[in-house]
Design a binder for this molecule. Structure first.
Ligand SMILES: *Cc1c(COP(=O)(O)O)cnc(C)c1O
Length: 445
């Protein structure tokens, strides 16, 4: 086996990636072609070393610069019970955005006080479930939720700790569908309009709520650093005004997540340390300028924890060459297991897992198998000529792929395995036709 640095696309593959003498891709010491044979395709292979490495990199980057830092993994990027267990072991906190994510976290006894519940339209049922479990913080998104949660908490004779999610009016220059910090956006209480101040005043007076801090999340992926500095300073300036006018003490502050990763070798994303340096140095400067006490800092990486840890494996099937136009090669997955290219024009890169070292001399359009023309995984991949039966590997597939998977065309959602030291463990089995019909009622009663 050769070292990872000699593997094509090494920068976007898991850190354990290698190549066998026979030219097969290896991940966590496992031959990717054998994994495809054993578990079938499409298959998502998560490398435990890369996963834990990212958890540690983020914690070390922030805690070494700002001692009172918390790193909360944003579960919506991908959550299963084995992954939840790893996040607990790594000592991280967890963001959830639904009753479903809460239920999965609860099933592995995720410590409730280390959990944050986000979302712009949490139902009364979901809020009750969060309070039943004892979720540490509810991140309140809007006025409706303020009143709803206050009522529920009062009914139980308790005070729930909350953060207020603000919409600061900052553009992170990412895809419009993944931008959240601007005023034209559904998330958070607008700051520049005065609504944030009104919400804060109301929250301070609500007997069922204890307002402990402020939260912003700009969007994702945010490749630039400037939006974070701007967001930190904007929120701290607001906190200082609210302290003077309403006696509000900001004990906790979150600039959210959205940290970028490279999906292709041409992209380059800032290291966790670079984001940490930007955020913590701006925070220190603004604390000094506005004469504020240092709050707990909470950052919420989702994508950056899991994206690079996983490689998606597909089997090549049919091809279609349109002379002078393009050559389509179809694989056995697509928008059902990874909707990001269709939804956000997201770019990926690919390699052939069974012929890693073959010369990349063709430009191919890698299509999925779903009945949509937009179901194209890679519009122009540089690859060797492909044959039916080849195993195509798509790196950086760990975030927002399986998490957004659907049963469109009544297809089966893929299996997910965890690899480490030459061993592969099934984290999620491939669905069966019975799974697809499980919730379907027939005959009708
Ligand atoms: C989605 C989300 C995150 C994580 O975003 P990533 O791009 O995956 O890091 C963090 N915080 C909040 C509030 C979110 O909604």
């Amino acid at each position: 086996m050769v070292r990872a640095t000699e593997v094509p696309l090494a920068d976007v593959l898991p850190v354990t990636a290698g190549v066998t003498e026979g030219g097969h891709l290896t991940l966590g010491g496992c031959d990717a072609v054998e994994l495809a044979g054993e578990f079938g395709t499409p298959l998502y292979v998560f490398d435990e070393e890369t996963l834990r490495g990212q958890c540690r990199a983020f914690q070390e980057a922030f805690q070494s610069r700002y001692h009172n830092s918390v790193v909360a993994y944003a579960a919506k990027a991908y959550l299963g019970r084995a992954l939840g267990g790893i996040i607990v072991q790594e000592g991280m906190s967890l963001d959830v955005v639904s009753g479903g994510e809460l239920a999965v976290a609860a099933s592995v006894n995720f410590p409730a006080e280390r959990m944050y519940f986000h979302g712009n339209n949490k139902s009364e049922q979901e809020l009750r479930e969060a309070l039943d479990y004892g979720v540490g913080r509810i991140v309140v998104d809007n006025f409706h939720e303020l009143h709803l949660l206050n009522g529920i908490a009062q009914g139980r004779g308790m005070r729930q700790k909350v953060l207020l999610r603000l919409s600061p009016g900052i553009d992170p220059h990412t895809h419009v569908k993944t931008t959240t910090g601007t005023l034209e956006n559904k998330f958070g209480i607008p700051l520049p309009t005065g609504q944030a101040e009104a919400a804060l005043r109301q929250a301070l007076e609500m007997p069922g709520l204890e307002l402990v801090g402020l939260h912003v999340h700009l969007g994702s992926p945010v490749f630039e650093l400037e939006p974070y500095s701007e967001a930190v300073d904007t929120v701290l300036e607001f906190a200082s005004k609210m302290r003077k006018q309403h006696g509000f003490e900001m004990a906790e502050f979150s600039p959210g997540g959205g940290f970028a990763v490279a999906y292709t070798p041409e992209q380059s994303a800032p290291e966790p340390a670079v984001y940490a340096e930007t955020i913590t140095s701006t925070l220190r400067g603004s604390l000094w300028r506005y004469e504020l006490a240092a709050p707990q800092l909470i950052v919420e990486p989702g994508r950056a924890i899991v994206a690079r840890a996983a490689v998606a494996l597909y089997t090549v099937g049919s091809s279609k060459e349109v002379p002078g136009v393009k050559t389509f090669v179809s694989v056995d997955g697509g928008m059902g297991d990874n909707v990001r290219p269709a939804l956000y024009e997201s770019r990926y890169s690919a390699l052939v897992a069974n012929r890693v070292n073959d010369e990349r001399r063709e430009t191919l359009t890698i299509a999925g198998k779903y009945c949509e023309s937009g179901d194209v995984l890679l519009p122009d991949a540089e690859l060797p000529p492909l044959d039916a039966g080849d195993i195509l590997a798509m790196p950086a597939a760990g975030a927002y792929a399986v998490a957004m998977a659907s049963n469109y065309n009544l297809s089966l959602r893929p299996a997910v395995v965890l690899v480490k030291d030459g061993q592969a463990k099934l984290m999620r089995r491939r669905e069966t036709y019975d799974d697809v019909m499980r919730a379907d009622v027939w005959p009708l009663e």
